[in-house]
Design a protein around this ligand. Structure first.
Ligand code: ADP
Length: 403
């Protein structure tokens, strides 16, 4: 807009200057032809509104002025000054707050000074140039819209890229974690398998290398080898369960499972051990509490938690409770009133092969995979699980299962 204003102003000034110069030349010619200054002025004043003409002789005296009265004298003196300072043909001057353009021409012994007041304000330029103003505003609006769209697009692209980067980072970390866990698992498996296999080899070698061994010792060694083989079988079963959930989750069959009946059966199944240790098991799971899932995995969740409470807690009671339910999930708790575990173990307890008391776990035939199976099975059924240390002693496992 500034550029357009300057352009318009230069154009107008140029137009006025050339008109005034033309007037001066014409006047010079007309004066030679005998036309009086007044006649010339009257003729041209009709054509050019607000035109002023003053003539000076060589001594700078006023020969003619178009203005009348006192004003004419003041104006004429003002023009005198202009002539003295104006070496150029065209001079711009301000008089009485009004801008004037003067054209000064020497013709023989006369100096012709014609002038026109002019003003050109910013608003004037643009009120005369509606079309230009509209185009400028339209372009500005268009540029603003394009700017807004571009910046919005840029911002959303930036956030999408950041989101994608974050997702990639998470995926990469998950992949690295998986590889690390797999390597850890392989190392642990080797270690866990070695112990029973070495024991079995040891006992059988002992029998083979001692042909005179007594029947009783032979029965003892065979019994020990059998126990180790049992442990090996147990380990294989647990490993295959974990691998099944990990690698072929989508192949696992699902059906409607009534957890009320399943937990009742479970209590019957563990009765021999619980009675032997004088432990009472209570359940409040009402009928029907139905989950769409895999029966054997659901059973292993409750079974591992109850087996652990019987084996490690040293408590007198185990509670299997349905705490609450939402539209799409059940919330359970399995807790005991035993010794619990130290806080520092809590964060590792679901890791594969993690045991609080290694010796006791092995002695009791534990594989260190029980809680890892529980966690994977809960996740498989769309739930989450966490372990809590009970204030009055004992351990509580709280978990959800999708209906
Ligand atoms: P394990 O095969 O040794 O039983 P788990 O993964 O089932 O392996 O359990 C991990 C460890 O958590 C166990 O070795 C045991 O020390 C501890 N644990 C599990 N449940 C209880 C409980 N109810 N009370 C005390 N300790 C427990």
């Amino acid at each position: 807009m500034g550029y357009q204003y300057t352009r318009e102003r230069d154009y107008k000034e140029g137009l006025i200057s050339s008109n005034l110069q033309l007037v001066n030349f014409q006047m010079g010619d007309d004066l030679e032809d005998g036309v009086t200054p007044r006649e010339f002025f009257d003729r041209n004043n009709k054509r050019i509104d607000k035109l002023r003409i003053t003539l000076f002789d060589n001594d700078g005296k006023i020969i003619f002025t178009s203005e009348k009265g006192e004003c004419s004298v003041i104006m004429a003196h003002f023009e005198e000054r202009i002539i003295s300072i104006g070496s150029a043909n065209i001079v711009k001057q301000i008089y009485n707050d009004q801008e004037y353009i003067y054209a000064i021409t020497r013709h023989n012994d006369i100096t012709i000074c014609s002038s026109l007041p002019y003003s050109i304000s910013f608003i004037e330029v643009f009120s005369d140039n509606n079309a230009f103003l509209i185009v400028i505003i339209a372009i500005s609006v268009l540029i603003s819209i394009i700017g807004y769209i571009t910046s919005t697009l840029y911002r959303s692209l930036e956030s999408a890229t950041k989101e994608l980067d974050k997702e990639h980072e998470v995926a990469l970390r998950e992949e690295q974690d998986k590889i690390r866990l797999k390597r850890q698992l392989t190392n642990n498996i080797n270690h866990e398998l070695k112990t029973p296999v070495c024991s079995i080899l040891g006992y059988t070698e002992m029998i083979m290398n001692n042909p005179d061994i007594s029947m009783e010792s032979c029965r003892t060694f065979v019994g020990k080898a059998y126990d180790q083989a049992e442990r090996l079988r147990h380990l294989m079963t647990d490993l295959s369960t974990i691998t099944r959930i990990d690698e072929a989750g989508e192949m696992i069959d699902k059906e409607s499972v009534d957890l009320h009946k399943m937990v009742d059966d479970l209590i019957d199944d563990v009765m021999p051990q619980s009675e032997k240790q004088n432990i009472t098991i209570k359940s409040n799971i009402c009928e029907p509490t139905v989950v769409y899932g895999n029966h054997s995995l659901l059973y292993s969740i409750f079974r591992n938690l109850v087996d652990n409470a019987i084996a490690y807690s040293g408590g007198r009671c185990i509670w299997i409770d349905l705490k609450s339910e939402s539209d799409d999930a059940y919330y359970f708790s399995v807790r005991d009133n035993g010794i619990g575990i130290e806080q520092k173990h809590l964060q590792y307890i679901f890791e594969r092969f993690y045991r609080v008391d290694k010796g006791r776990s092995r002695k009791l035939g534990g594989t260190g995979l029980g809680l890892s199976i529980v966690k994977n099975a809960v996740l498989f059924h769309g739930g989450i699980i966490e372990a809590r240390i009970e204030e009055l002693g004992g351990l509580e496992f709280v978990f959800s299962l999708k209906k």
